[in-house]
Design a protein around this ligand. Structure first.
Ligand code: ME8
Length: 652
C-alpha cells in the first residue's frame, strides 16, 4: 500500500536582505511538522524557497550596481546556509527565477486570460512602492498611508491586466467561515468584513513600470504581478504546467501552508481565488502565526533589532534556538523575543529540565549499577502515574502537531519532563541506593526514568533533531528502539539497558554575562542601522559579500580565446559546448548560455576566459575554464566579446 502523503510549505521569502529570526520561525515550524510527519510514516514534501522578482529587488540591485539576479544569488546562498545551519531538512527549494517556474507562471497567466478571468484595463489609485500594492481609499490606514507598511502612498496610473474577483466572492466567504481552511478561524471575520463584504476589488495582476519580473507572454511590456508569480510556486514546484517535476497529482492539494499574519490576505483570498479560477483544489489548511517582535517592537532592519540567527546559533546551538522560538509562539498571536526570555527559557527547560533529567538518571545508573541495569524489578508508588503520562504523551502531541500548535506540543512534552524530575524527588533513588535490599526497586525507578526520557526524546527529535540523537546514545536507546512507533508504549528499552555518560546536552548559560554581550551586539547593530540610514554606510557591500585583495585577483588567469566551434550539450537545456583557440592550443568550455545565444552567434568571436579554473565535468562535457558574460539588468545575459584582441592575450 502506498504511504499517505503530506505536503507543507513555508512562504517563499524575499531575498532582499539577510534572513532573521522571524524567517526562522516559519521554516523551523514547518521543518518540525515535516519531520514529525515523516516519523509517523507519511510521504512528505516540504517546500521552501525564495521570491526573487519585483520592484524592490530591482531597486536594491541597482543601488549596488549589480544585476537583480546577482543580487538575489548572493542572498539566496545565505538563506540556504541558514537552513543548513538550523538543520532544516526541506525536500525542495524553489527560486522564482528558476526556468521551469517562469514557464509555468506564463502558462497559468495565459490560462486565466483565455478563461476570461483576466482582462486589460487601466489602474489609477494609491500605490505603495515598497509593498508593490495598489490600495483603495477605504483600505488606507487612518493617516492615509499603506495599510500594510504604513508608509505614504502615491497616486499612480498604469495600463494593467486585472483579474476578476467577484465570481469567487461567495465561495471565498464560505471557505473562510464554513471550512477548516483558515487557522485560527477567528481571523475569518476581519477578512470577510474588510475585503469580501465591501465587494471584492478586481486584482491588478501585471505591472509595466519595471522589468524585473516574469514577462506576460502575450504582452511583453508587462510583467506578471509578483504575488501571482509567488503564490504559483506552491504548484509549479510540484511540476504543475512544467516538466521539471512530476509530483502535482501526488501532493496537491497542500496539507498546510504556513505564513505570518502580514501575508494572510494573499493566502486567504488571492491564492484560493486563483486556484478556483484554474479549477484546482484548495489546500486543506492555512496556518497563520503572529510576528516575533523584539522587546515589543516589530523586527526591522532600520530599528537595528533584527536578531541574527547565526549569532544565536553559534552561542547556544541551533536546537536551543529552534526550541525557544517554537515554544514561545502561540498560533495567532505575536511572540515577544528578548535575549533574557530566551536565555532563561534555555536554562529552565533545556539545561535544568531535560538536560538535568538525562544526566542525573544516567549518572545514577552508572553509580549504582555500573552502567547496566539488572533485570529484577519492583513496582512502587508513583510508577503508574508516570507510566500513564508517558505512554499517553504521543496521542496528545499528535493532536497538537495536527492542529499546528507546536508550542502546546512542546509544553506537553516538557510537562512529562517535569513530571519525571518530580518522580526522582518522590522516589528518592539516592536513599534506595544505600540499601542493598532495595536494588530491584531502584532498578525500576531508573528504568522508568530512562524509558520516559526515550518517549519524550523520540517525540522531541522532530523539533530538536541535532541533540536528541545524543540523548538516545546516553540512555542506551538504539535507532530501532527510538522510533515514533514505539513512542506510544512504555517499556520498549531492554530491561538490562546500558547507558553511556556523555557531555551535558544543554550546558547552563551564565545569564548576566550573556545578556551583557548580546545587548552589546544589539546596540552595535542599532548604531550600524542608524549610520546606514544617514548615508554613512552607503558604500557597504551587501552582507555576506567579502572584499578581496589584489593578491586574490592575481590568482585568476584571464585570457582571450577565439570560438572555433560551438554546439548544444545534448543532456542539458542550458549548456553550450564551445571549442576555443586560446593562443597555445585548443580547449573545451561548457557555458550555461544556450537560452541567450545560438551556437552560430558565437563562432568566430573572441571571448574572455578564466584560464586557470579547475576542470569540471558538466553534463558529460569536461569544461576547461569558463567564459565571462554579463548578467544585464533586464535579465538578459551577454557574453563579453573582445574581437579585436588576438587570441591568447592576457587580460588584467
Ligand atoms: O512576504 N515574525 O516574503 P518575506 C515571524 N515573498 N515571522 C516572520 C517575521 C517575524 N518578525 N518576519 C518574517 C513575503 N516572517 C513573500 C511571500 S509567499 C507566496 C510570498 C516570516 O520575506 C513569515 O512567515 O517578507 C512571513 O509570512 C514571511 O516571513 C514573509 O517573508
Amino acid at each position: 500500500m502506498s504511504k499517505a502523503k503530506f505536503y507543507i510549505t513555508t512562504p517563499i521569502y524575499y531575498p532582499s536582505g539577510n534572513p532573521h529570526i522571524g524567517h526562522c520561525y516559519t521554516t523551523v515550524a514547518c521543518d518540525s511538522i515535516a519531520r514529525y510527519k515523516r516519523m509517523q510514516g507519511y510521504d512528505v514534501m516540504f517546500l521552501t524557497g525564495t521570491d526573487e522578482h519585483g520592484l524592490k529587488i530591482e531597486q536594491k540591485a541597482k543601488e549596488q550596481g549589480i544585476t537583480p539576479k546577482q543580487y538575489v544569488d548572493e542572498i539566496v546562498e545565505i538563506f540556504k546556509k541558514l537552513w543548513k545551519y538550523m538543520n532544516v531538512d526541506y525536500d525542495r527549494y524553489i527560486r522564482t527565477t528558476d526556468d521551469y517556474h517562469v514557464e509555468a507562471v506564463q502558462k497559468i497567466f495565459t490560462a486565466l486570460y483565455e478563461k476570461g478571468y483576466i482582462y486589460k484595463g487601466e489602474y489609477s489609485g494609491n500605490y505603495c512602492t515598497p509593498c508593490e500594492s495598489f490600495w483603495t481609499d477605504s483600505q488606507l490606514d487612518e493617516d492615509g498611508c499603506c495599510p500594510e507598511c504604513h508608509r505614504p502612498v502615491k497616486q499612480a496610473k498604469e495600463e494593467a491586466y486585472f483579474m476578476k474577483m467577484a465570481p469567487f466572492a461567495e465561495r471565498l466567504e464560505k471557505l473562510l467561515t464554513e471550512t477548516d481552511y483558515l487557522r485560527p478561524k477567528t481571523r475569518a471575520t476581519e477578512l470577510v468584513n474588510n475585503f469580501i463584504k465591501p465587494g471584492l476589488e478586481d486584482l491588478c495582476v501585471s505591472r509595466n513600470s519595471f522589468k524585473w519580473g516574469i514577462p506576460v507572454p502575450f504582452d511583453k511590456d508587462h510583467v506578471v504581478y509578483v504575488w501571482v508569480d509567488a503564490l504559483s510556486n506552491y504548484i509549479t514546484a510540484l511540476g504543475y504546467d512544467n516538466n521539471a517535476y512530476n509530483d502535482y497529482d501526488k501532493f496537491w492539494p497542500a496539507d498546510v501552508h504556513m505564513v505570518a499574519k502580514d501575508i494572510m490576505r494573499f493566502h486567504a483570498i488571492t491564492w484560493p481565488a486563483i486556484l478556483m479560477a484554474l479549477d484546482l483544489p484548495i489546500p486543506k489548511h492555512l496556518a497563520v502565526h503572529g510576528w516575533i517582535t523584539f522587546n515589543g517592537q516589530k523586527m526591522s532592519k532600520s530599528l537595528g533589532n533584527v536578531v541574527d540567527p547565526f549569532v544565536l546559533g553559534e552561542r547556544y546551538g541551533a536546537d536551543a534556538i529552534r526550541y525557544h522560538i517554537l515554544r514561545e509562539m502561540a498560533l495567532g498571536s505575536d511572540s515577544s523575543f528578548s535575549n533574557e526570555i530566551m536565555i532563561n527559557r534555555i536554562n529552565t527547560d533545556l539545561a535544568n529540565g531535560l538536560g538535568n533529567l538525562v544526566s542525573r538518571t544516567v549518572a545514577m545508573v552508572e553509580k549504582y549499577f555500573g552502567g547496566t541495569l539488572p533485570t529484577e524489578r519492583e513496582h512502587g508508588e508513583f510508577d503508574d502515574e508516570l507510566i500513564a503520562e508517558a505512554s499517553s504523551l504521543r496521542d496528545r502531541v499528535d493532536e497538537y502537531v495536527e492542529n499546528t500548535q507546536l508550542n502546546n506540543a512542546l509544553a506537553e512534552i516538557f510537562k512529562l519532563v517535569s513530571r519525571a524530575n518530580k518522580y526522582i524527588d518522590e522516589t528518592t533513588p539516592w536513599i534506595l541506593g544505600k540499601d542493598e535490599s532495595k536494588k530491584a526497586r531502584l532498578a525500576s525507578v531508573l528504568y522508568n526514568l530512562l524509558d520516559t526520557i526515550r518517549i519524550a526524546a523520540t517525540l522531541l527529535s522532530a523539533f530538536m533533531p541535532t541533540t536528541m540523537p545524543l540523548v538516545f546514545e546516553q540512555i542506551g536507546a538504539s535507532k530501532e528502539i527510538a522510533v515514533y512507533d514505539n513512542a506510544g508504549e512504555f517499556g520498549k528499552l531492554p530491561l538490562d539497558v546500558t547507558v553511556k555518560k556523555g557531555a551535558a546536552i544543554f550546558p547552563r548559560i551564565d545569564v548576566e554575562k550573556e545578556i551583557d554581550e548580546l545587548n552589546e551586539i544589539v546596540k552595535k547593530n542599532a548604531e550600524k542601522a542608524k549610520a546606514a540610514e544617514s548615508g554613512e554606510a552607503k558604500s557597504d557591500k551587501p552582507e555576506g559579500v567579502a572584499l578581496i585583495g589584489i593578491d586574490d585577483f592575481a590568482k585568476v588567469e584571464l585570457r582571450t580565446a577565439k570560438v572555433t566551434a560551438c554546439e548544444p550539450v545534448k543532456k542539458s537545456k542550458k549548456l553550450l559546448k564551445l571549442t576555443l583557440d586560446d593562443g597555445s592550443g585548443t580547449r573545451t568550455v561548457a557555458s550555461g548560455i544556450s537560452q541567450y545565444y545560438k551556437p552560430e552567434e558565437l563562432i568566430g568571436h573572441t571571448v574572455i576566459i578564466v584560464a586557470n579554473l579547475k576542470p569540471a565535468k558538466l553534463c558529460g562535457v569536461e569544461s576547461q575554464g569558463m567564459i565571462l558574460a554579463a548578467d544585464c539588468a533586464d535579465g538578459n545575459v551577454k557574453v563579453i566579446f573582445a574581437d579585436d584582441i588576438p587570441a591568447g592575450s592576457k587580460v588584467r
